[in-house]
Design a protein around this ligand. Structure first.
Ligand SMILES: CC(C)(COP(=O)(O)OP(=O)(O)OC[C@H]1O[C@@H](n2cnc3c(N)ncnc32)[C@H](O)[C@@H]1OP(=O)(O)O)[C@@H](O)C(=O)NCCC(=O)NCCS
Length: 132
């Protein structure tokens, strides 16, 4: 925890979680591997593993992230501040949030998976083939 941080009751901060100049509301959880800077986090917010607030463009100005009550923020996601995640919203795993998310909405920004049958064997054969 760094300066300017306040925690509500029954907040959980897990391993490798850095919180700076932020408030975290009652019962909210930031359980693993996250950076939360210049943020206002409401009550009953659940933040998955590997969340980052992107609060700066490299200059001295820090921008704020607001995450309202009951939001669920999936793992490996980022909030590019200034941005607001509305009450009860859902951020999918692997999402970079660049626009406000309305209350109750889901934000998802990730490539759709393509699965290539048999390709693992193809590349294994290439790795073991003699060099020309
Ligand atoms: C978002 C999530 C809930 C989707 O799960 P799902 O219900 O199995 O996924 P679906 O394939 O039904 O997709 C849900 C919707 O998202 C859409 N979607 C899925 N992948 C997408 C993508 N890459 N880009 C845009 N939209 C996508 C689907 O089209 C669907 O919308 P539709 O109903 O209008 O068609 C899930 O992938 C997720 O991110 N869970 C969070 C897990 C997590 O991070 N937990 C934290 C640990 S504490």
């Amino acid at each position: 925890m760094r300066p300017g941080t306040t925690l509500g009751d029954e907040v959980r901060l897990g391993n490798y979680v850095e919180v700076k100049n932020s408030s975290v509301g009652d019962r909210s959880k930031i359980s693993h591997l996250s950076y939360v800077g210049d943020a206002e986090i409401g009550r009953d917010v659940n933040i998955g593993c590997g969340f980052v607030t992107c609060n700066s463009d490299g200059g001295p100005v820090k921008r704020r992230t607001v995450i309202e009550d009951g939001a669920f923020v999936g793992s490996a996601s980022q909030a590019v501040a200034p941005v607001r995640l509305g009450a009860g919203c859902f951020v999918a795993t692997g999402t970079t949030v660049t626009e406000d998310v309305p209350a109750g909405a889901m934000a998802i920004s990730r490539g759709r998976q393509t699965t290539k049958a048999g390709y693992a064997r193809k590349y294994a054969a290439r790795r073991t083939a003699p060099k020309p």
